[in-house]
Structures are given as C-alpha cells and as structure tokens.
Design a protein around this ligand. Structure first.
Ligand SMILES: NC(=O)C1=CN([C@@H]2O[C@H](COP(=O)(O)OP(=O)(O)OC[C@H]3O[C@@H](n4cnc5c(N)ncnc54)[C@H](OP(=O)(O)O)[C@@H]3O)[C@@H](O)[C@H]2O)C=CC1
Ligand SMILES: O=C(O)C1=N[C@H](C(=O)O)C[C@H](O)C1
Length: 267
C-alpha cells in the first residue's frame, strides 16, 4: 500500500491549480491539507467561488500555512516571482516543493539547487509535466547530434506571463548539453525588424507565439542538406499535465536534492 502524502497547493483557482486540486483529491494516497491563494485568507475552499466543496483552509501566507499544516509536499502553480519565493519558503519549513511554475533564470535555478542541497531535501522543478512533452525534448536532444541546425517554435494561450516558455528553454538547455554551440543562419543576416529572428540560446533560435485558443504546443524544427525534421508536441488540455504532477509528488519524497526536469525521474 502507498504511504499517504500530505499536500498543499499554491494557486488553486488557476487553470493548472484547479486541475491539481482535482487530481490530488481523486488520488487515494494523496491528502490535500491546505491551499495557498493570493486572496481568500481564512476561508475554506468550499466557500470560494467555483472551488470544490472541501473543508480545506485557505492561506495567503505560505510560511504560516507550512507551520500550521505541516505538509510533506508543496505543489506550486502560480507565477514566476511567486513560485521561487514559495520554493525557498517550503525548503525552510522542511516541505518538499514540486514546482510547475515557469520563468526561472539560470541564476534562480543555481541558488535554489544549492538551497535544497544544503537542507538535504528533495525538490522538483518541472517546466513541463506532460510525458509527451518530455519525450519531445529528449527526442530533440538525440536528433540534435545529427541535425544541429535547430529552431524552436512554442505556442501558448495569450494569458501566459513568461516568454520563452519553460519548455522551450529546457529544450534548448538539453540540446546545449550535447551539441557544440553554433551560429545558425547567414553570418551576415540582420534583423530589419527587431525580434524577427526570435530569442537565442547558444545559437538556437526560439520563437514564442501567444494566441487565444491555444493551450501549450511546441515544434522543434531541424534542418539538414535537403531535409527537415520536425518534432512536435501538443497539450490540448491541462489534464495532460496531471500524471506528471502525480509522478513528481511521489518522486520528490525519495530524493534529497533539487531535480530540474521530469526527464530525470521517468527514465
Ligand atoms: N510545468 C507544467 O507542466 C506547466 C506549468 N505551467 C505554469 O504554471 C503556472 C500557472 O499557470 P496557469 O495555471 O496557466 O496560470 P493561472 O494564471 O491560471 O493561475 C495562476 C494562479 O496563481 C494565483 N496566484 C498568484 N499569486 C499568488 C500567490 N502569491 N499565492 C498563491 N496564488 C497566487 C493566481 O491568482 P490571481 O489570479 O488572483 O493572481 C492564479 O489563480 C505558470 O507559471 C505556467 O507557466 C502551466 C501549465 C503546465
Ligand atoms: O503556461 C503554460 O500554459 C505552460 N507553461 C509551461 C511552460 O512554460 O513551458 C508548460 C506548458 O507549456 C504550459
């Protein structure tokens, strides 16, 4: 039998957070003990509009939530500036963070990694919880050895705060691990309109599209002599992320450092 894991969710009214509330309450060995919201302090989840009828306390203050409810795990699905603070506060309170929130810089990741190591506590930051997206990233990394000219197009709904997406950044970082840095395109190319060639990480161009109607989509296009290879993933809804969130909650109980990327726990 699985050991019970007590969980706090930050961002319960959000598109991802509300899906996570559903997943946690439907998983027999998960127990939702509280939520952290940007409003509704002191209320019960059941009294918040559009939330399930649960007698779960709502906190606005993360440290107080952790001190009073002693969860095993925090699932954070908020926004970049909030997610990194919650991660630190969770570690300070001996709570293992599972962070889906994106928009972390390399410097943030380094600092948070050191913090988890110092405290010998498990933490997971996963830019994308969809198993198909993780495979897309790994396949792109494999293919980049053979077709090293690469551009990434990521497409998201128009409410997204960060650009490029965490997934696009992670994809480029995985490729950087195995591919020599290279200048792509014509050495003399120039942008007549600023941004026309997208953002750039280690020579890889990243283009971000934001439109209503989209959820989360990415194409990694690789070009070689007389051929292109496109590796593409689409999330049609937020339920697509939940098996990965569940996996991360279980995995974080068994690690004592920060893991960046779901590929490190599903291989
Ligand atoms: N790793 C993955 O697989 C995925 C990651 N994401 C990431 O998850 C994050 C959330 O995405 P999404 O659900 O679409 O965004 P939403 O805007 O729908 O939800 C974010 C929620 O966080 C709340 N929030 C803001 N500040 C705080 C705070 N201080 N404490 C608690 N809650 C707060 C917001 O409340 P209010 O509206 O009142 O500000 C809102 O309800 C983003 O960073 C996104 O990139 C998204 C999908 C998949
Ligand atoms: O904001 C989103 O929606 C998503 N964010 C993550 C990212 O930045 O990669 C994961 C997924 O793409 C959905």
């Amino acid at each position: 039998m699985n050991k019970e894991i007590s969980i706090v969710i930050a961002g319960p009214r959000g598109k991802m957070g509300s899906e996570a509330v559903r997943m946690v309450t439907e998983t027999p060995h998960f127990k939702l003990v509280a939520v952290i919201d940007s409003r509704n302090e002191g209320m019960k989840l059941k009294d918040v509009a559009d939330m399930p009828a649960l007698d779960i306390p709502v906190y606005e203050d993360a440290p107080r939530c952790f001190s009073e409810t002693h969860p095993d795990v925090l699932i954070d699905l908020t926004k970049p500036d909030v997610g990194k603070v919650h991660l630190e506060q969770a570690l300070e309170h001996n709570v293992r963070p599972v962070i889906g929130t994106t928009g972390f810089s390399d410097a943030d990741l380094e600092r948070l990694k050191n913090l988890a190591t110092e405290r010998e506590l498990g933490a997971i930051i996963a830019p994308n919880f969809a198993v198909g997206a993780v495979l897309m990233m790994k396949f792109a990394q494999m293919a980049s050895r053979y077709l090293p000219d690469i551009e990434i197009i990521e497409k998201h709904h128009d409410q997204k705060l960060d650009a490029p997406s965490g997934t696009a950044l992670k994809t480029a970082q995985l490729i950087r691990e195995v591919r020599e840095s290279k200048q792509q395109g014509h050495p003399d190319e120039k942008e007549d309109l600023k941004g026309a060639r997208g953002a750039e990480l280690d020579g890889i161009r990243i283009h971000s599209i934001r439109l209503p109607g989209l959820v989360a989509h990415q194409e990694v296009i690789m070009g070689g002599e007389g051929q292109t290879l496109t590796i593409k993933h689409d999330s049609m809804n937020r339920a697509s992320f939940m098996p990965g969130v569940k996996l991360a909650v279980e995995a974080v109980m068994n690690v004592d450092h920060l893991v960046y990327g779901l590929e490190n726990i599903i291989e």
